[in-house]
Ligand binder design. Structure first.
Ligand code: ADP
Ligand code: MG
Length: 264
């Protein structure tokens, strides 16, 4: 019989943060002058968090998004994405990291026109070399996850803005990325459609997906578990609204209301 006493205690499981950036600077050359878009930003984001990055126009949000999404590289500083040291990766390696680890959602949906919802969602899988049959099954599942299973054959022009953005969310999650990165995803939507899209982010986060969302709208930031505010390229506020391990705040609220309703 093995002795329990001599057995080594298990190593504590320390979850790697999905994002760790240290002292990131981004400087753009503007003729003779330099624009310092990010000035020594450090930030750690845990797996499973739901983070809103806020700030006025020109505060550095898009610059931050481009760096977090490996679309651009910092001028200076350290960046680990899901444990990978991103510094020094060439364009090919960066694009691989991007396609494996990040699901992008943009303000303007960026769907391919004259192409069905299903084909739009299948596209990242086609690039990844997934076979047609599996591609189709996974794309259908992703469209079901955004409640668009009845719109598989619709073209972008045949869908509302809210529906198009949900197709874009399906396209972002179909590759099973480590993180969803959304830049003003509700910027073009009316209140009802914005709520629908945010309800989907809520659910994805409740299922354990990390969501990082850029917004200048306070209403939208209320959905996040953590709110970070940029001003002139620096973090000036970092506020936690709900625990990383728990439900996103608006989902927690509505399930409390439901529970309260059920027991009364
Ligand atoms: P936000 O998304 O919060 O509006 P940005 O990250 O787009 O802010 O911009 C931050 C600052 O960097 C601004 O002063 C902007 O003018 C400048 N900037 C952004 N992109 C470039 C670029 N490609 N070339 C020069 N300056 C830029
Ligand atoms: Mg911007």
């Amino acid at each position: 019989m093995r002795s329990l006493v001599t057995e080594r205690p298990p190593k504590p499981i320390i979850p790697k943060p999905i994002i760790a950036i240290r002292n990131i600077w981004k400087t753009y050359a503007m003729g003779e002058a330099e624009v310092r878009a990010l000035r020594g930003v450090s930030l750690t984001i845990d797996r499973g968090d739901f983070v809103a990055i806020m700030g006025d126009s020109g505060s550095g949000k898009s610059t931050m998004m481009n760096i977090l999404g490996c679309l651009d590289v910092p001028s200076k500083g350290w960046f680990w994405l899901d444990g990978v040291d991103v510094r020094g990766l060439d364009e090919v390696a960066l694009s691989q990291v991007r396609s494996r680890k990040i699901g992008f959602v943009f303000q303007s949906y960026n769907l391919i026109p004259r192409t069905t919802a299903l084909a739009n969602v299948e596209l990242p899988l086609a690039y990844a070399g997934v076979r047609p049959k599996e591609r189709r099954a996974r794309a259908v599942a992703a469209l079901e996850a955004v409640c668009l299973e009845a719109r598989l054959d619709h073209l972008p022009s045949e869908m509302s803005g809210g529906q198009q953005q949900r197709v874009a969310v399906a396209r972002a999650i179909v590759t099973n990325p480590s993180m969803i990165l959304a830049d003003e995803p509700t910027g073009n939507l009316d209140t009802a459609a914005a709520e629908d899209v945010m309800a989907i982010f809520n659910r994805l986060n409740a299922e354990g997906r990390t969501v990082v969302l850029i917004t200048h709208e306070a209403d939208i930031a209320q959905f996040a578990k953590r709110v970070i505010r940029l001003r002139d390229g620096e973090i000036v506020e970092d506020r936690r609204q709900a625990a990383v391990e728990g439900l996103p705040p608006r989902l927690a609220e509505s399930s409390t209301i439901r529970t309260a309703g059920a027991t009364s």
